[in-house]
Design a binder for this molecule. Structure first.
Ligand SMILES: [Mn+2]
Length: 239
């Protein structure tokens, strides 16, 4: 890190992506981690201090160990903090990709529910990231039990379906405007939708990044005393 204390930083850059859906089929042409490498390259080129991956990094939990090993190496070599929220495609079942392989082993990798409970603390940035991982395939409320702030910066992550109203649309993993507005957070990183779009009523910055395949971008969040700025960075390099 460039500075020893978060209080000395005049701004922090956060990268946010989701829904990479790494799958077995892509392993056959040795490009299984290509999307992840592109996301990491784009985050680094944007000067990101940390990267948030908001669920469905893998398409399913049956990914072969050889692919998990490759992903572990790529994440470890990246070196900068990566915070992963397991989604509905890659939940923390006993046979989860996050339990079978070594993905949570590199010291720069945080996986909610495996390495960090539901709070990942980055002391040198005076920053905490909160997220409620999917633990099975059942319905749950992704923003339930969000904590109050204890650090200068607090980010939230959620993988689910944003629905502004209070009615019941018959969808799982609902994220409602009232829950977003109640968050004590500087930014909410959302996953589950493939298209990049803002969410919530504007009370706090809340955005889906969309999947890199479709969005062709990742979200870049600049945290500074003067305010939070959200933009999208085009994927770097051969895509
Ligand atoms: Mn999903």
């Amino acid at each position: 890190m460039q500075s020893g204390s978060g209080t000395q930083r005049d701004h922090i850059v956060v990268a946010h992506s989701s829904d990479l859906h790494i799958n077995y089929e892509k392993a056959s042409d040795r490009s299984t981690v290509f999307v992840l490498q592109t996301v990491l390259r784009t985050a680094a080129a944007s000067g990101a201090d940390l990267l948030l991956l908001a669920g469905d990094i893998f398409d399913h939990n049956r990914i072969p160990l050889a692919v998990l090993d490759e992903v572990t190496t790529v994440l470890g070599d990246y070196g900068r903090p990566v915070v992963i929220l397991p989604g509905n495609h890659d939940p923390l079942t006993p046979d989860s990709v996050y339990h079978r392989g070594g993905i949570a082993d590199p010291p720069n990798v945080h996986v909610f529910g495996v390495t960090d409970g539901d709070l990942a603390i980055l002391d040198d940035l005076d920053l905490a990231v909160w997220g409620r991982p999917h633990r099975d395939f059942l319905d749950m409320s992704p923003l339930e039990t969000a904590p109050i702030r204890r650090h200068r910066w607090q980010l939230a992550m959620a993988h689910g379906h944003w629905h502004p109203g209070d009615d019941h649309p018959g969808r799982s993993w609902l994220i409602r405007d009232t829950e977003i507005a109640a968050l004590d957070a500087d930014y909410l990183a959302l996953g589950h939708w493939d298209r990049p779009t803002p969410a919530g009523d504007g009370s706090i910055p809340a955005f889906y990044s969309g999947s890199p395949d479709l969005a062709r971008t990742i979200n870049i969040i600049r945290l500074a005393e003067g305010g939070v700025r959200v933009s999208r960075a085009p994927l770097e390099g051969p895509v």
